[in-house]
Ligand binder design. Structure first.
Ligand SMILES: *Cc1c(COP(=O)(O)O)cnc(C)c1O
Length: 841
């Protein structure tokens, strides 16, 4: 009998992981040992697993350096139009494996580590996630960087180097507890500080109006110190830059004034300035009007625009060095994409630089500004829209407030001339909202200051035009576009699911990794017995591996033959984790009622972080853990239902959970989830979706075929009709006995016997104050879940639908999304050209 293949040997067979040539492996071993000695200053007697990770990271990083320098030099020489993606969040996750995948080094590194007696996967586990994001918006920015590099665009990500990213979530006695994410504690091998490019950023002060222009004076200065991280394209030798700014107090901070004897205090107070880049605000889809957050938003914008303008002025084109002074060509050389309104201050800041500093006339500056900037909207939830109080603005950024008033004055003048006498329209469209407290509406500023405004899925872009931005669409229809979100197939397939990537590559070759539409070819294999078997086998292997992780972590026995039913995303009322809970409870009650029936076993997993200040979200987590305590310990249920709250959901956990999932829960109230990207990750990794007609689900069902998609619930029209008629939760509660039973159990302490009224707030909300109409979709959801269970009993039929989903997932590559932004908004063309490989390594 032949020995079963080890994990290591199995991986060697996978071609998508790159070639492991002998010379390659020998060099990697040499360089690894060199780094262990010279960089880590250790020998193998005292080296820790973390030392080995750092030695490997440095070895791999060396392969980026020549490519990075060469790429940046080619941009300098060819001077193409640059794309600047401005974002308060870049949710990057880990970098080592992604770098190895994109540079085709994975197999060679694995072999080198193996020969040195080390397990590469164990070393990878030592890397901290770069958790500089909350959820979908930040992860989208990260996927876009990968696609922009892979498509050869001269592009940059600009953001903040938070010292603390999204908190680590611990579950203690069923409750979420937050811990600080000290991700830089052991150093970050992927970043390079560039103190020589430090920039000053001003705050506070006042304006002085002189005949020759306006001056912003008596300001406080904070320095922005850039850290560069390489962003390699997929096997094209291109390496772009993500530049993140860190706040530094100037050396003379607080020492200028008549501060006799205040030296020690002044040095201590440097913290105040440096707090700007201390921590990511942990809200997803929620606006919190804190001064420090506004400082962060201006900090990234002011530092970035100085960089953009310096690069514009000094770039070399042709053979001669020139200093550009004619700003009218700025829009031909620069595109600025605003990831939501968070970097909206780029608009008044660009106006300030052009008018106050470069002395351009207002009209000229405004024309340049609009042609340069574009804005992506990510949500229609009113509580998420940024509306900054005027007082705060006036104190922190007095000149910018003046500029916004002037932009608004001209904007209102135009509306008045287009719609004479329509006073209400002026009020609705103003950038300044009147009321007990005046506020600046940042979305209105962005629409007016941009040449393109886009939503992130077809249905969402339609909703923008029909509702929240209706007036703006009527006035400037040409600005409004759709760019359906996408995900990078490198991280979300090749890297996290090499087994699936390999069985696909065996059928259609490896080109789908660059051109995901080629997955369509898999439709030819939907009746191919061997392919069906291979796809099912990969899923089973992924499930077994994840089950080991779960059993270690949660001390529950997992039935690997049960359906892995997964909902992972931020905890939010609109995402309706509560609807999932009602399904769990009803399924549990049905098993208890008929314990001898042949139920389709499920392992139901829910994971996600609640914003620390979001009480209801935290209670939802407590309810999920409470249901788990009852269900998981009920001997009647046994291994037919387990409920697990996946602790600390983040990019790295997504990479493990999604390839192991059978069923993806995408159950938001229609009209509330702008796009979703988690939904796409599941589809690409061979899960079926149960979902509402919301966000990108609509287009996913279209691509997969509705027969291959579990659609349920109200459509946007139904929700709107219900808003007119009024939603009456009690009507559903009293009419549907199983719903009533579930609610009565939650309300009566069935899941919290020691504290029967623990969930009274949740029950009250559901019964009397539910903006997201959970009960209205309950019946249809339950019926749909029964169909899911019935199909799961026919593994071959199930896998055929899985194949139809994978085959239809090509549209959801972020390469497609970025190609559309490039063509329709930025005016640049992607190239599939490769840069020559550098010969220094
Ligand atoms: C993709 C992703 C998200 C977004 O998920 P949605 O279901 O679209 O909200 C959030 N968090 C992480 C860690 C992700 O990888």
């Amino acid at each position: 009998m032949s020995k079963p293949l080890s994990d290591h040997d199995k991986k060697k067979q996978i071609s998508v992981r790159g070639l492991a040539g002998v010379e390659n492996v020998a060099d990697l071993k040499t360089n690894f040992n060199r780094h262990l000695h010279f960089t880590l200053v250790k020998d193998r007697n005292v080296a820790t697993k973390r030392d080995y990770y750092f030695a490997l990271a440095n070895t791999v990083r060396d392969h980026l350096v020549g490519r990075w320098i060469r790429t940046q030099q080619s941009y300098y020489e060819k001077d193409p139009k640059r794309v600047y993606y401005l974002s308060l969040e870049f949710y990057m996750g880990r970098t080592l494996q992604n770098t190895m995948v994109n540079l085709a080094l994975e197999n060679a590194c694995d072999e080198a580590m193996y020969q040195l007696g080390l397990d590469m996967e164990e070393l990878q586990e030592m890397e901290e996630d770069a958790g500089l994001g909350n959820g979908g918006l930040g992860r989208l920015a990260a996927c876009f960087l990968d696609s922009m590099a892979s498509l050869g665009l001269a592009s940059y990500g600009y953001g903040i180097r938070y010292e603390f990213g999204i908190f680590n979530q611990k579950i203690a006695n069923g409750w979420q507890v937050e811990e600080a994410d000290d991700w830089l504690r052991y150093g970050n091998p992927w970043e390079k500080a560039r103190p020589e490019y430090m920039r000053p950023v001003q705050f506070y002060g006042r304006t002085e109006h002189h005949p020759d222009g306006i001056k912003w004076v008596d300001t406080q200065v904070v320095l922005a110190l850039p850290y560069d991280t390489p962003v390699p394209g997929y096997r094209n030798n291109i390496v772009n830059t993500m530049r993140l700014w860190s706040a530094k107090a100037p050396c003379d901070f607080n020492l200028k004034d008549f501060n006799v004897g205040g030296y020690i205090q002044a040095v201590l107070d440097r913290n105040l300035a440096e707090n700007i880049s201390r921590v990511l605000y942990p809200n997803d889809n929620f606006f919190e009007g804190k001064e420090l957050r506004l400082k962060q938003e201006y900090f990234v914008v002011a530092a970035t625009l100085q960089d953009i303008i310096r690069r514009f002025k000094t770039s070399k084109f042709g053979s001669r060095e020139t200093v550009r002074t004619d700003f009218s060509t700025l829009p031909e050389k620069v595109a600025i994409q605003l990831n939501d309104t968070h970097p909206a201050l780029a608009i008044p800041e660009l106006m300030r630089v052009l008018v106050d500093e470069e002395k351009l006339p207002w009209e000229k500056a405004w024309d340049i500004c609009v042609k340069t900037c574009a804005y992506t909207n990510h949500t229609v939830l009113p509580e998420a829209l940024e509306r900054w109080p005027i007082d705060l603005f006036h104190t922190l950024l007095p000149r910018h407030l003046e500029i916004i008033y002037e932009i608004n004055r001209r904007h209102l003048e135009r509306i008045a001339s287009l719609y004479p006498g329509d006073v209400d329209r002026l009020r609705r469209m103003s950038m300044i909202e009147e009321g007990s407290q005046k506020r600046v509406n940042m979305a209105h500023l962005c629409i007016v200051g941009s040449h393109a405004v886009n939503g992130v899925a077809r249905i969402h872009s339609d909703i923008l035009k029909a509702t929240v931005f209706k007036d703006f669409y009527e006035m400037d229809p040409h600005k409004f576009q759709n760019k359906t979100n996408g995900i990078t197939p490198r991280r979300w397939l090749v890297m996290c699911n090499p087994g699936l990537a390999e069985v696909i590559a065996e059928r259609i070759g490896e080109d789908f990794i660059r051109d995901l539409d080629q997955l369509q070819k898999l439709r030819n294999f939907v009746n191919d017995e061997a392919f069906i078997r291979d796809v099912a086998k990969v899923k089973q292997e992924n499930k077994l591996k994840f089950a080991v992780h779960l059993e270690e972590h949660y001390k529950v026995k997992i039935n690997p033959n049960s359906m892995f039913d997964v909902q992972v995303k931020r905890i939010h009322e609109y995402k309706r984790q509560l609807l999932n809970c009602l399904h769990i409870i009803t399924f549990y009650n049905r098993i208890k009622k008929e314990p001898n029936k042949e139920w389709t076993p499920r392992t139901i997993m829910i994971g996600g972080k609640a914003a620390p200040g979001y009480h209801t979200a935290k209670m939802i987590i407590r309810l999920i853990t409470a249901i788990g305590e009852v269900v998981n310990n009920d001997p009647v249920v046994d291994d037919r239902l387990k409920v697990i709250f996946l602790e600390n959901y983040r990019v790295t956990l997504a990479e493990k959970a999604i390839p192991a999932s059978d069923l993806s829960e995408q159950i938001s109230t229609a009209g509330t989830e702008a796009s979703g990207t988690g939904n796409m990750k599941f589809m690409l990794n061979g899960a079926l979706t149960i979902g509402t007609m919301d966000g990108a689900n609509v287009e996913m069902a279209e691509e997969a075929g509705e027969d291959n998609f579990f659609i349920f619930g109200m459509r946007v029209d139904d929700v709107e009709a219900m808003d007119v008629k009024g939603y009456n939760a009690f009507e559903y509660y009293s009419r549907i006995p199983e719903l009533k039973q579930a609610i009565d159990q939650i309300a009566g302490g069935f899941f919290s016997p020691k504290q029967p009224d623990l969930f009274k707030d949740i029950v009250n909300m559901l019964m009397h104050n539910d903006r997201f109409k959970v009960f209205a979709d309950y019946e249809d959801y339950m019926k749909c879940q029964e169909k899911v269970s019935a199909l799961y009993k026919k593994p071959k039929e199930w896998t055929k639908k899985v194949i139809m989903n994978i085959a239809g997932s090509g549209k959801f590559s972020s390469d497609r999304t970025i190609a559309q932004y490039a063509h329709d908004i930025w005016g640049v063309e992607p190239t599939l050209e490769k840069l020559a490989a550098p010969d220094d390594l």
